[in-house]
Ligand binder design. Sequence first.
Ligand code: ADP
Ligand code: MG
Length: 170
Amino acid sequence: MTTPAQPSGDTFELRFYATPRGARLARRLASHRVHEWGHRYGTEANDTVSLVVGELAANAVTHGLVPGRGALLRLVRPARGSIRVEVSDTRGERWPVPDGSLPGLSRSRSRSRSEAEPGRGLVIVGALAQAWGVVPRDGAPGKTVWAEIDASPAIGAGGGVTPSVRAAGR
Ligand SMILES: Nc1ncnc2c1ncn2[C@@H]1O[C@H](COP(=O)(O)OP(=O)(O)O)[C@@H](O)[C@H]1O
Ligand SMILES: [Mg+2]
């Protein structure tokens, strides 16, 4: 359902098929990677990354894909206890609109919606992420939806707090 994960230092990349199962696998493997980075299963950071990846991957599969093409998940641990989630899809002409779901902006519009209506996923992302947005996909047609997750310093898998990590060009 997915190509093999390609962990490399503080960046994790995974291509996944444009199916609900592919999106679920992306969420599970993101949780696993974050666990290995020291944010254990069940911690706030791990749960937050899992939820955000789940919503963005589901959106890529549901709204963002040209049939036959896959999606890409990227996790980057840039610095200072934050984790950046990026989900790229192949549909360049249609973008989600960051509006009331952005942190700090009014969510009155989303509150008035019922759970069954569209818009819940990005409201969740907006509530959990420090920031999120959309940019053109790097080097390929499509776009990347990104979210920055606040994560306290990881203890465990690397032997303790990691004070300095590669900035991954950002
Ligand atoms: N990756 C994406 N590509 C294109 N449109 C998107 C994408 N993600 C979200 N959207 C648009 O933003 C809307 C809100 O997304 P969301 O809050 O996740 O709600 P839902 O997925 O339930 O419709 C979607 O209905 C869709 O129109
Ligand atoms: Mg959604």
